[in-house]
Design a protein around this ligand. Sequence first.
Ligand code: OGA
Ligand code: MN
Length: 209
Amino acid sequence: MDVSITSRSREFDIATSALAGNGWCVVSNFLSQTQTQALSTECMAMHDAQLLTLARVGADHAATLLRGDSTRWFLPEALSTPQQAFANRIEALRIALNRDLFLGLVDSESHYAVYRPGTGYARHLDCLRNNDTRLISAVFYLNEAWQDAEGGALRLYFADQSYRDVYPRAGTLLLFLSAQFEHEVLPATRDRMSIACWMKQRVYADTRR
Ligand code: OGA
Ligand code: MN
């Protein structure tokens, strides 16, 4: 028996069972420190070069109150080396989720996000029930030496209105079911970088229209 292959294919066991049981989980050290730093460096360089675009919810210019991040999508056909490392790891996770939970995830999409100090993202759901192919939300954090006192938590709300704060520390990946958990990004006192990723189900033609 090839032990190395067996153990490698089981590396996401804890994550998949926590996701199946609770609908959310945190994976620490999702990438190596070197890989995470390369993403962080690239994200900040792209931000400094003004390659990120202020996110808008609809055409409403008051939307900054709702959402203050700037984003840039990863282009699947033109991934940088750091982005490729992230994409490979997400792909391994997608395959593990399909194998263990029969989720039928066919694809994923990812973007960098930078929140300047004082900005956040008001409480929201990543997809409208039955109206979106987003099934799993995954947020990967890129911020070295983040202190809780700097704010910037992702606040994940549960059905009973209690919540859990997840701080955006480098190497942390938060996973949750997109249709089930409202969440918000609290403002921070320093720049806050993340990669937001969604794993998607197949698109079926909507015959209800
Ligand atoms: C989002 C989101 C959370 C984060 O982009 O929908 O909720 O921590 N991002 O960046
Ligand atoms: Mn969200």
